[in-house]
Write a protein of this length. Structure first.
Length: 751
């Protein structure tokens, strides 16, 4: 495109007003996203795909907002402003934000129900604020002296990043959800005022008054006559779709195979938003630097994105988010460099938003159905390889490879060398030869960088790196049928014949193990061994509540706890994911069919399912519902505790599993126990991490000290201890903050 004017606006105060309006709109837009997700947590739980579904809703609403802005730009600014301000005022009637009333979903329909719930809750205001960035830029450009409006998009994404980060650091720890909603509503009112002021700034503009009433043309006839073909539009779609999909797939990747913490889900989105700031900036220096680094980062970091075995902690997460940021800047920078004249601004943003939605649909809707693992992530890495600017090769090679024949010979030799090094790298990884892995990785990296001007060879070398570093092993696991994937995550069932064990993992977290030997397969192991807190508690339930006692268990996993059932007892399970129940029905794990074949299993969110049952249904209720390492926050609030008390008989006991690598839940449970006057104790079983048993932490919450002692004093050689100091604030559905309870040493040092 022709170089566009970069001159400052004729009126600095007017420019500042537009920047402020765009900043506030984007700030509110991305402040409301985690707010609504937090508001919906009691209904949605904490699975990573819930966040991805939420993001897809936001991208769809953003697309709608951009389409709305594109339609409005056909009219003069006065009419645009009148319509937009009227709709903003009308949407204010939906405030303050409250969760929409929507019947719970049927099993398997979460992928549709979650977006519907979020859209009904926040749809009107989100839709209108989504139009803010392109609309304000269009109004800004209505003054012929204003200069290039595209630079204002950087301010939009800076505001978005600020809103996203502000929520976990400031709003969530300090304010209840009700207060957060009121603060956001006040910000929305301020935004309406700013929009009115920006409209007034252009209402009286001489440039605007000179416009024909039936035209939105604001620049020269040459600019208005710019034609945009489908090939160019397709490129815009691709350049927007890959970073958007990569942002969501990075979320899935780091929460599936590294660690699952809701706090970390905002990081990929934050970096994605931040990438627009340098990409759409007038100063292109940072974009040029990161674009030059992109091929190197793609080969080195991107080549690691098919690893599913092993756990590399924070280093893997940092590599994934660095890859996302560099690629997003490079692709968004290329998108900006191909921007049209301001007269086509709204079309440009509309297509860009549509690309974002396409990336979201692929990652959030199609991938969980089509793939058994996070295969969308390495596929998007390859897609980035096809699109990222890869620059020129070394000058000596340019002088050497002056003919197509020489280029073909050189490319073939480099690709064959990369395949050879890749074969050796795969072998080195199988035998865990760390030194050789580093050397061979460097050799493939060199091959890829030397051939980067030949894109097809560069992408082929990237594929070699992906396969050698972990893709072949990951494909082998998929080929064995060991993996299953549902809306709630990726599960792996793995046999260890030498140890005689079968293991169930969700992401990187073990959810149960079983002996393969028929003589031993009823023995509870892993977190549920006889020495664990739950083992002690369930063995003595008949002593406290009688032989005909009723036990409810939230979280089925491999079904291990079923084998603590004793004659006369009834066990009832609650499991949110039907796929987990299938592991027992298909006898991949036989605890449930062997030990409690007549037990009931309710599929759905435990809080909702418990509300449907008569009060006083259980003597003991066990909470063991972790989704990988993501804490079931909505199952740990005071309202959840009240629901458990309702479901239990008078004098009933609650047992909670609080083992977690990254969150210290003991103070949270202590605060809840204190708030409801419950007696509590904790047993930390330090079995040590192994393939047979694992360290675990279980808490008993009893109605009185006597009941508590019936469990904790039953086996003196397996002691319990009092809970530590309670948290300052008790978690409720209206207020809960995870930040104060992070185990930073574990997080920074890796598991």
């Amino acid at each position: 495109m022709d170089e566009q004017s970069q001159s400052p606006a004729g009126n600095g105060a007017s420019r500042a007003l537009f920047v402020l309006a765009i900043l506030l709109g984007s700030f509110l837009l991305f402040l409301v996203q985690p707010l609504v997700a937090r508001l919906a947590l009691p209904r949605l739980g904490g699975a990573p795909n819930v966040w991805n579904s939420a993001m897809l809703v936001y991208q769809a609403l953003l697309l709608g907002g951009y389409a709305y802005a594109h339609v409005l730009q056909k009219w003069p600014v006065r009419r645009q402003a009148s319509i937009h301000l009227a709709l903003l005022a009308l949407a204010a009637l939906t405030l303050p934000i409250n969760l929409a009333e929507l019947a719970p979903p049927k099993s398997g329909w979460e992928v549709v129900w979650v977006p519907a719930l979020l859209a009904l809750t926040i749809g009107p205001v989100f839709f209108l604020i989504s139009a803010q960035a392109p609309l304000m830029q269009r109004w800004y450009a209505a003054d012929a002296k204003a200069g290039d409006p595209y630079a204002l998009y950087a301010a939009s994404n800076l505001g978005s990043f600020g809103g996203l980060i502000c929520y976990p650091l400031l709003l969530e720890p300090e304010l209840s959800l009700r207060a957060q909603s009121l603060v956001w509503s006040a910000g929305y009112a301020v935004l309406i005022v700013l929009v009115a002021l920006t409209a007034w700034a252009r209402w009286s503009s001489e440039a605007q008054l000179a416009n024909r009433a039936d035209s939105a043309a604001i620049h020269s006839s040459t600019a208005n006559e710019e034609t945009i073909g489908w090939r160019r539009i397709a490129m815009w779609l691709a350049l927007a779709a890959v970073p958007s999909g990569l942002m969501l797939s990075t979320t899935t990747y780091i929460t599936t195979d590294i660690f699952a913490m809701p706090l970390l889900w905002v990081i990929p989105l934050g970096l994605y938003l931040l990438s627009f700031v340098p990409a759409f900036s007038v100063n292109r220096k940072l974009v040029r630097i990161l674009t030059k680094l992109a091929p190197f980062i793609l080969l080195l970091n991107g080549g690691m994105m098919a690893i599913s075995e092993g756990n590399h902690g924070l280093s893997s997460a940092l590599g994934a988010v660095l890859l996302l940021f560099v690629i997003a800047v490079a692709l968004h920078g290329r998108l900006y460099d191909d921007r049209p004249s301001p007269s086509k601004l709204t079309l440009f943003y509309l297509v860009m938003s549509a690309g974002g939605v396409l990336g979201g649909i692929f990652t959030a809707l199609l991938a969980p159905v089509v793939f058994d693992w996070a295969w969308e992530h390495p596929l998007l890495v390859l897609g980035a390889g096809l699109l990222v600017p890869i620059g020129r090769g070394p000058r000596f090679l340019e002088r050497l490879l002056v003919t197509e024949r020489r280029q073909l010979v050189f490319a073939t030799l480099m690709l064959l060398a990369a395949i050879g090094f890749g074969s050796m790298l795969f072998s080195a990884r199988v035998h865990d030869q760390q030194g050789l892995i580093v050397v061979l990785t460097g050799a493939i990296l060199l091959c890829g960088l030397l051939v980067r001007p030949l894109r097809w060879v560069f992408v082929a070398t990237l594929l070699v790196m992906l396969l050698a570093q972990g893709g072949i092993l990951t494909m082998a696991i998929s080929a064995d049928g060991a993996r299953s994937r549902s809306y709630f995550g990726v599960y792996t069932v793995r046999d260890y014949p030498k140890l005689g064990l079968r293991s169930l993992t969700h992401g990187t977290t073990t959810h149960g193990r079983q002996y393969l030997d028929p003589e031993k397969r009823r023995i509870p192991i892993s977190y549920y061994s006889h020495n664990s807190g739950i083992g002690v508690a369930l063995r003595h339930v008949p002593d406290v509540y009688g032989q005909a006692s009723h036990v409810g268990i939230i979280g089925l996993g491999s079904g291990t706890l079923a084998c603590y059932r004793q004659p006369g007892q009834s066990y009832t399970f609650f499991e949110i994911d039907p796929l987990v129940l299938d592991f027992s029905r298909q006898r991949k794990f036989t605890f449930l069919p062997d030990c409690a074949p007549d037990s009931l299993t309710y599929i759905g969110d435990a809080r909702l399912e418990l509300d449907k049952l008569p009060a006083g249904s259980f003597d003991v209720l066990v909470i063991d519902a972790f989704s990988s390492d993501a804490i079931p926050l909505h199952l740990l609030t005071l309202e959840a505790l009240d629901g458990y008390k309702r479901a239990m008989r008078k004098g009933g006991t609650l047992v909670m599993h609080i083992s977690n690598r990254y969150i210290d839940l003991e103070p949270v449970i202590a605060a809840a126990a204190k708030a409801r006057g419950l007696s509590a104790a904790i047993r930390v079983d330090m079995e040590g991490q192994s393939l047979v048993n694992a360290s675990s932490a279980w808490v008993i919450l009893a109605p009185d000290a006597k009941t508590l002692e019936s469990f904790t004093q039953s086996e003196p050689d397996l002691p319990w201890k009092s809970l530590g100091p309670p948290a300052k604030y008790v978690w409720t559905d209206d207020y809960a903050a995870t930040l104060p309870y992070i185990r930073w040493n574990n997080l920074l040092g890796g598991p």
